[in-house]
Design a protein around this ligand. Structure first.
Ligand code: FMN
Length: 201
């Protein structure tokens, strides 16, 4: 049984509404409720999509972390726009976000880097995400070598860091009977305020 939504019943601030839905998904036991599909496009407009984890959400936008030389990193370096989609199956809810993308500062990336387990830091330090490698053994050897020589505090790799999606639209969707779904889209106006409207299913 899903809870219907209406522009007037949702929070006037879509970021707060998204926080609420993330909390609801966590309470409902959805695995990895902070995972979202992130779509980027290259200089030809050719899209690619993959899941990433939401690692921060506030009035500025949505934060995620990755290797900057990856496909998604190279895409946003030349085409700084992205879209994301969350889906929480047990709640029959979806949220879509679109907006511009900015690099987070090294300070902010470092602050998050320091919270990561050492194993994850080691893997991120030796991996040029998306580049070809002949064997898994080669990667494991690189990890072992670094683990043996690296200081206790691994430095932030130069090509690794965070991104901020600054949302322009955020859409909340909930499944309804006979596929007559509820959709509420927020669009940010030039003055920064959010306007809400119902969309057809
Ligand atoms: C649930 C889930 C969460 C993921 N989270 C991240 C993440 O936060 N950062 C990341 O770099 N890759 C993450 N990945 C791996 C990406 O989906 C992807 O394989 C990788 O980043 C390379 O993408 P690219 O070659 O398009 O840049 C995650 C994968 C899954 C399935």
């Amino acid at each position: 049984m899903t809870t219907p939504i209406d522009p007037t019943t949702l929070d006037p601030d879509p970021i707060r509404q998204l926080e609420q839905w993330l909390a609801d998904a966590e309470t409902a036991g959805v695995p990895l409720p902070n995972a979202f599909a992130l779509a980027t496009a290259d200089d030809q407009g050719a899209p690619s999509v993959r899941y990433v984890l939401l690692r921060g959400l506030d009035a500025d936008g949505l934060r995620y972390f990755t290797y900057r030389g990856s496909r998604k990193g190279r895409d946003v370096a030349i085409n700084p726009w992205a879209a994301g989609a969350f889906w929480w199956p047990t709640l029959d809810r979806q949220v879509r976000v679109s907006g511009s993308v900015r690099l987070l500062s090294d300070d902010e990336s470092l602050a998050y880097w320091r919270t990561r387990p050492r194993g994850s830091q080691l893997s991120a330090s030796i991996s040029m995400q998306g580049q070809e490698v002949a064997t898994r053994a080669e990667l494991e050897a690189r990890v072992a070598e670094l683990a043996a020589t690296a200081p206790e505090e691994l430095p932030l790799p130069p090509m690794w860091g965070g991104y901020l999606i600054v949302p322009r639209t955020i859409e909340f969707w909930v499944s309804r009977s006979d596929r007559l779904h509820d959709r509420v889209e927020y669009r940010r106006g030039g003055d920064g305020t959010w306007n809400r409207r119902r969309l057809q299913p």
